[in-house]
Every structure is written in structure tokens, then in C-alpha cells.
Design a protein around this ligand. Structure first.
Ligand code: UD1
Length: 347
């Protein structure tokens, strides 16, 4: 049994990773400030895994006293660091807040880890650090060129962690650069439940499907892609969760980065079509102006992680849309929906 501290454990990817860890006999300690997540997510985690988490500490990672208490209270062996602000548009409006929260939390965490002889870290990074690239597919040798404060904060953190690993050879870390995580836990207990209007296409489409929003606006129909809409590499959130668990077992020395993607591109209209077919629901979709900052195609080259760890994403697009819809149908109001309503398996 190993005790893993999961920062941001109530968030979309954090909560699914907690289930994955609990199911593989890890003890899980969560720190979350619930600024963009719900404590309900952790109740759902425990129900899905059939085991409780070891502890929850509510608070901000920049609070050194809180972190010290966490590390003194539990025999932490490794850390998975998800907690961060993640909305691109908001980061342009609030750059200092993004740098403060994302970067300071990471340095604070690293210092506390080192002070307590905890030397294993998996860091939540993003394909957004590659920026406005035309390379398809993207491997990890692509020079990062982030185009907004959110993406830059992730790139800074990767560098900070790399520098710390150089200075402290006992420290070992990997950064996982996710492409577009979507989907939900197959139980329907856990899924993506953003606060306010969703920025990302999948939760937005789910809210259209359930009738909370009238239509999906497709941002741009004149991109140089097959159907004119942007192409992304969607990856099932349970594959992302699995990737973190596998990464924990692979930490050995130094710092490394890995893409987590499928290597398969899907356009926005392709995603809508896949959803309509798999779930038998019609999505009113209308092509509108492009969204500033979008690139036509972002697809991972998943070869490095496959070569190093033998790891590959196991779920296809059908499973992604089916599981996202299963969660949304059982939880029309997200985690506000009564827990007793949520049971059953996907149709
Ligand atoms: C977004 C983030 C990125 C993050 C990634 C993974 C932005 C600009 N980028 O990437 O930093 O790492 O999620 O979570 O937020 N779309 C629509 N209609 C919508 C919403 C989106 O057509 O209502 C389109 C977008 O133009 C894009 C595609 O759907 O072509 C995917 O968008 P989204 O889900 O926001 O992901 P990314 O922008 O790829």
C-alpha cells in the first residue's frame, strides 16, 4: 500500500484518478480548495471505488501551514499535482492570479515535499504548451511555445520541476501533457461538471443534449481540415487516470515529459456526429465565427509513452461520448443531482 497525495482531487481528472488509485489499493489523501469543484465529487469517488479516501484537507496549496500539516499527518510516498486554474480566456484576463495560483502552488508543494523527504511527483501538464503549431502529430520534441498565461504557467511549472530534479537528484518527476480529456467513469457517478458556462466542447455539448442550452456553437467552419472544423485528440478521462497510476509506478530518476493522447484526430462536427450516433440524441449545432486562439489541428504522437511504458489509451470515441452522456443523463444538474438517483450502467 502506498499513500498518494492528490492535489485537486475533486476536479474532473483528479476525481477519476482517485478512483483509479483506490481501485489499485493506494491510500489517497486529497487537498482541494473546491474553487472549481464540489465536495460531492469525493463522495462519488468513494462510492465508485467502494472504499473511502484516507483524508481530505480543504485549502490552498500556497498555504505553507496547511501543506506542512498534510505532510506531517500522513505517510505520503508520492504526489500527483492537479490543482490549478485552467481556463484559457480567464487566464488572459487574470494573468497574475494564474501565475500566482499555478506557479506558487507548485513551488510551495515542491518545497514541502523535499522538507518531508517525499521525492516522487506526477505533474498535470497540457498540450496547450505547444501553442500555435502546425506540426501533426505532435511529439515531445516539439519546442513549447505557449500563447496564453494558462499554458505558460504550465510550461513554467514543468521547468521549475525539471530544475528542482537537477538540484535534488533524489527527486523524480514526470509531466503528463494531456490532449483533450473527455468522457466519464462508466458507473455514471463521476463526470465533468464545470461551474458556470462550459468552455470546452464536450461538457457544452452534454448540456445542449440534456436541454440546459439551446444549441452548440461550432467555432469556425473554414479551417483547413476535412469538414472545416477544428480537429482535436480526445482521450477518455479513465485513460488519463490510468496513465497517472502507471506513471507513479514508473518514476525512477530525473524529470521526463510524456504526451497523453490517442493519436487519433476528431473534428468538432465529427464529435457531434459520434455523439448523435452512439447516444441517439440530436444536437442542434450551428457554425459560427472562429474562436480566437484555436489552432486547426492538435493531435498527439503517443509513441514516447508507448515505447517507454508500453502504455496506450484503451477507450475509443464511442466510449467517450457514451460515458459522458451516461453521467449527464443520470446527473442532469451535475453533482447537485441527488446521489441516490445515480446508479446503473451505460446503455
Ligand atoms: C482546451 C483548452 C486547453 C486545454 C484543453 C484540454 C482553450 C482555448 N483551450 O483545448 O488549454 O489544455 O482544453 O482540456 O480553452 N468548440 C466549439 N464549441 C464550443 C467549445 C469548443 O466548437 O462551445 C471547439 C473549439 O473551437 C475547438 C474544439 O471544440 O476546436 C475543442 O475545444 P475545447 O474543448 O475548448 O478544447 P481545446 O480548445 O482544444
Amino acid at each position: 500500500m502506498t499513500t498518494v497525495l492528490v492535489t485537486g482531487g475533486a476536479g474532473f481528472i483528479g476525481s477519476h484518478t482517485c478512483v483509479e488509485l483506490l481501485e489499485h489499493d493506494y491510500d489517497v489523501v486529497v487537498v482541494d480548495d473546491f474553487s472549481n469543484s464540489s465536495p460531492q465529487a469525493l463522495t462519488r469517488v468513494e462510492k465508485a471505488a467502494g472504499r473511502p479516501i484516507a483524508a481530505l484537507h480543504e485549502g490552498d496549496l500556497r498555504d505553507g501551514t496547511l501543506l506542512k500539516r498534510v505532510f506531517e499527518s500522513h505517510p505520503i510516498d508520492a504526489v500527483i499535482h492537479f490543482a490549478a486554474k485552467k481556463a484559457v480566456g480567464e487566464s488572459v484576463a487574470l494573468p497574475l492570479e494564474y501565475y500566482d495560483i499555478n506557479v506558487s502552488a507548485t513551488t510551495s508543494l515542491l518545497r514541502t515535499m523535499l522538507a518531508h523527504d517525499v521525492h516522487r511527483l506526477v505533474f498535470s501538464s497540457s498540450c496547450s504548451i505547444y501553442g500555435q503549431t502546425e506540426t501533426v502529430p505532435l511529439d515531445e520534441t516539439e519546442p513549447p511555445s505557449p500563447t496564453n498565461p494558462y499554458a505558460r504557467s504550465k510550461w513554467f511549472c514543468e521547468n521549475i520541476i525539471a530544475d528542482a530534479c537537477l538540484r535534488y537528484p533524489e527527486l523524480t518527476a514526470v509531466a503528463l501533457r494531456y490532449f483533450n480529456p473527455v468522457g466519464a467513469h462508466a458507473s455514471g457517478l463521476l463526470g465533468e461538471d464545470p461551474r458556470g458556462v462550459p468552455n470546452n466542447v464536450m461538457p457544452y455539448m452534454m448540456q445542449v443534449a440534456i436541454g440546459r442550452r439551446p444549441e452548440l456553437q461550432v467555432f469556425g467552419g473554414d479551417y483547413p481540415t476535412e469538414d472545416g472544423t477544428c480537429v482535436r485528440d480526445y482521450i477518455h478521462v479513465m485513460d488519463v487516470a490510468d496513465g497517472h497510476r502507471v506513471a507513479l509506478g514508473r518514476l525512477s530518476s530525473g524529470f521526463d515529459v510524456f504526451n497523453l493522447g490517442t493519436g487519433i484526430g476528431t473534428s468538432v462536427l465529427g464529435l457531434v456526429g459520434a455523439f448523435e450516433e452512439a447516444c441517439d440524441v440530436t444536437i442542434p449545432a450551428r457554425v459560427v465565427e472562429r474562436r480566437a486562439g484555436d489552432v486547426p489541428k492538435l493531435i498527439a504522437d503517443p509513441g514516447k509513452v508507448a515505447g517507454a511504458w508500453g502504455w496506450r489509451a484503451g477507450h475509443d470515441l464511442h466510449a467517450m461520448v457514451r460515458d459522458a452522456w451516461h453521467f449527464q443523463r443520470l446527473n442532469p444538474d451535475g453533482y447537485e443531482t441527488e446521489l441516490s438517483l445515480t446508479s446503473g450502467s451505460p446503455s
